[in-house]
Design a protein around this ligand. Sequence first.
Ligand code: ADP
Ligand code: MG
Length: 493
Amino acid sequence: MSFAATTTATPSFRIKRSTRGVPRTRMAVRSSTISVAPMLTKLQSDCATPLPVLRHVADSMSTDMHAGLAVDGGSDLKMILSYVDSLPTGNEKGLFYALDLGGTNFRVLRVQLGGKEERVIATEFEQVTIPEKLMFGTSEELFDFIASVLANFAQQEGGKFHLPPGRKREIGFTFSFPVKQTSIDSGILMKWTKGFAVSGTAGKDVVACLNEAMDRKGLDMRVSALVNDAVGTLAGARYWDDDVVVAVILGTGTNACYVERMDAIPKMQGKFSPSGRTIVNLEWGAFSKGLPLTVFDRDMDAASINPGEQIFEKTISGMYLGEIARRALLNMAEEGALFGESVPEKLSMPFILVTPHLSAMQQDNADDLQTVGSILYDVVGVESNLNSRKIVIEVCDTIVKRAGRLAGAGIVGILQKLGKDSKSAVFGKRTVVAMDGGLYERYPQCRRYIKEAVAELLGPETSQNIIIEHSKDGSGIGAALLAATNSQYDHDY
Ligand code: ADP
Ligand code: MG
C-alpha cells in the first residue's frame, strides 16, 4: 500500500521562535495578576462539567435523538437519514475517487481497492486550504474551485490506478454541512455552518452544483455517493472493524452518526432496506440542552453569523475554542490586568487566537513556559511573565476540558440510545466509536477529557468495552468505499 501526498498546500502549524529573548526581568510576579485569580475561578466554575451535568447532557442527547427520529423537527437534532444502508464489507474492488469539503480544508483522494485479500492497493491525495474569499462568495465560484482542483488531480493519475474501459470515474463526495439527503447521490443544503456564507447554495442539490461545475470544466466524472464526514468516517472505520457503530468528528465543526435499525425510525414510515439498518446523521452541532455556558460563549454567539444556532458546535469544536479563550483572556487583561497595565491591542481581534495555539501552549512542559511566551508574543504581541503564562494555560485547559467532557457525554448519549432500543445491546460487548477531525487528532488533552468523561459516566467495567479510536482520514477512504458500494456499474465483487 502506498500513501503519497502529491501536494499539500496547507502549512502545518508552527511556533515562531522570535521571542526566545523575552526579558527575564518581566518574569517577576506582578501584583496585578493576583486579581485575576478570582476571575479564573469564576471561569472554571461556569465551565464546570461535574457528573450530574454530564448525565444531564447524555440523557438529553438520547431524548433528543428519540424525538428527532419520531418526526422531522421533533428536536434540536435533525436525525437525518443518510441513505447509506450497506456498509463496506472489504470485498470492494476498483478505482474510486473522493472529495472532502470540510470547513478548513478541501481534499481530493483516489484509491485502488483490491478486495478482501489486497484491500487498499494504492491511495493518493491532495489537500488545499479553501481560500477565505470563497467562503463568502457565490456558489458557482466555490464549486468551480472544487472542480478545478479535482480536474488537476485526476490528470495526475499514475500507473498504479486502473479504470476498466467504458466506465466513468466515480466519486464519493463528503460534504460536511447540514444536508437534507434525497437519495444516496443527492441532497439539498439546509444551511451553511462553520463560518461559511456562500450565496446561492442553500436550498439546492449540492451534487447538481458539483455536476454543473464539472460540466463547465469538461470533467466527465460521476458522484455515486453523497455523505458527510461522520458517515464517511463510520464507513471507513467499518471497513477494518465490524464493531464500529458510531462515528464522531471533532474538527473545525463537529458531528456524529451511528448505525440504527430501520424499525426504530418512526419517521421512515415503514420503508425498509435489505440490511434492516441505516446510518443516521445526528447533526449534533445543533444540540443545546443543559450546556454550561459563559458570558464569553453568549457574546461569541451573538457576534456570529448564525446567532442562537449550533450551540453544541460553538462549545466543543475547533473553530471556536480559541475564540472563547481569547474572549476570556481579553476580559482578564481588561479587568484583572493579566498582562500588566496595558491591554494588548491585538487581543481585541476576533479569532486571532485559534485552537492550534491553545493546543501548542498546553504541550509546553518547560519550567519557564517559553513556548507559551512565544505564542503570546507572536499572536497577540504581549510580553508575559511566568504567572500570566500559567493563567493562560489554565484558561486553555478550562475551555478544552469542557469541550472534551461534553463531547464524551454526547457519545454516551448515543450509546444509551442504542443500548435502550437495540436488540443487539451495545453495552457488555466490544463497541467501537470512530473519531476523526483535527481537534481530536492534534489536541491530546481533548482526547483524554473525552475518555475520562465516558469512563465517569459508564463506570470502569462498562467503559472497558467502549473503544474510542482515531480513524485517521477514514472519511476520505470511507467516501470512496461508499462510492464503490453504490457504484452504478456491476459489482464484480
Ligand atoms: P475540517 O474540519 O475542515 O474538515 P480538520 O478535521 O482537519 O478539517 O480540522 C481542522 C480543525 O482542527 C481546525 O479548524 C482547528 O480548529 C483544529 N485543529 C487543527 N490543528 C490543531 C491542533 N494542532 N490542535 C488543536 N486543534 C487543531
Ligand atoms: Mg473534515
